[in-house]
Write a protein that binds this ligand. Structure first.
Ligand SMILES: [Zn+2]
Length: 324
């Protein structure tokens, strides 16, 4: 996710150029999808928080076509923590303790575009044993770009769930296409392949129900990278959250729907047509479920304030055996 503010004077001239390459996303009606029947989640409780590890910002017009060039939008690099009775899931890691040395390998031309201001890595900010006592940590990644995979090595001996296609693509890319090899080159990383072997879910053709109770469900999201995925968290009270990685950098990208800026998406989206399908799918899902809380990874404005760490969402009190 770039910080392009320094380049704003240049971008001010670009609307005219970009108007010629605009690629509006057609909406697709919810009725054109098959929606799988949703069973009520059976988890005893879920504790959820979004940990901001770094901040940045960008002109709105970078985030989605049709956005305003003069409106600066706050962005964040974050990790999502989901405490479940059977485990603690960290979805994306945000920026980790080694980000400054990792970032040295970023291609020179991209460095000024990708500046960031670190708040605090998860490992220094959250006592995971207080947030989710006694539960084993596992990491799952929406994808392995530098701003999502940076803190893997802050958590040694932790299983890391990512589709094989994403891991292969990251390894092949080295320090290109948004990846930084030093973030995932430790031979001791405990990689766990992740296959969407589960049934159709909402309007997704396949899924993976992590704990088998309908509360923590991964779905494939094509396009942004080789093996991107999203995460649904379904609370026992019926509220659902959908963390959509970088398919869109803004909630507007889904609600309109709209692509990222024309030049940016050519750089950051591996398959623009694939991204378009996912924008349409989430748009239709929101039409069907207006109460669904959709959170694109970097869109600070889409983070519900009550879910930003140290605040925690807990629909039903999740009393762990060791909490008395
Ligand atoms: Zn990102």
């Amino acid at each position: 996710m770039p910080n392009l503010s320094a380049f704003r004077p240049i971008f001010l001239f670009m609307p005219f150029v970009l108007a010629a390459c605009a690629n509006p996303v057609e909406t697709r009606a919810a009725s054109s999808y098959e929606f799988a029947e949703l069973a009520a989640p059976r988890a005893a409780g879920i504790r959820l928080t979004v940990v901001i590890t770094a901040r940045t910002s960008a002109p709105e017009a970078i985030l989605f076509e049709g956005g305003n060039w003069l409106t600066e939008r706050p962005m964040a690099h974050s990790a999502v923590l989901v405490c479940h009775r059977d485990g603690l899931v960290m979805f994306d890691t945000g920026l980790g303790r080694q980000i400054d040395s990792q970032f040295e390998d970023m291609p020179l031309l991209l460095k000024p575009l990708l500046s960031y201001e670190v708040t605090s890595p998860v490992a220094d900010q959250v006592d995971l044993d207080v947030f989710c006592p006694g539960r084993p940590l596992e990491i799952a990644l929406s994808h392995m770009h530098w701003d999502h995979a940076s803190a893997i090595e802050d958590f040694p001996d932790t299983p890391v769930f990512v589709p094989d296609s994403e891991l292969a693509s990251a390894r092949q890319s080295g320090n290109g296409h948004g990846y930084l090899a030093s973030q995932f080159d430790d031979p001791d990383i405990d990689w766990r392949g992740l296959d969407f072997t589960g049934s159709a879910y909402r309007n997704y053709p396949s899924s993976l129900d992590r704990f088998g109770d309908g509360s923590v469900v991964f779905v494939p999201m094509d396009g942004h990278s080789a093996g991107s995925m999203g995460l649904f968290v379904n609370m026992p009270d019926g509220q659902s959250w959908f963390f959509t990685g970088d398919t869109s950098w803004s909630l507007d990208g889904f609600t309109r729907p709209a692509h990222k800026n024309a030049i940016i998406r050519v750089i950051v989206d591996r398959d623009v047509a694939g991204v378009e399908q996912e924008l349409q799918r989430v748009h239709a899902l929101l039409e069907r479920e207006p109460g669904l809380v959709v959170i694109p990874a970097h869109d600070f404005n889409a983070y519900p304030p009550e879910a930003i760490y140290p605040r925690v969402i807990e629909a039903v009190e999740l009393r762990m055996p060791d909490e008395g």
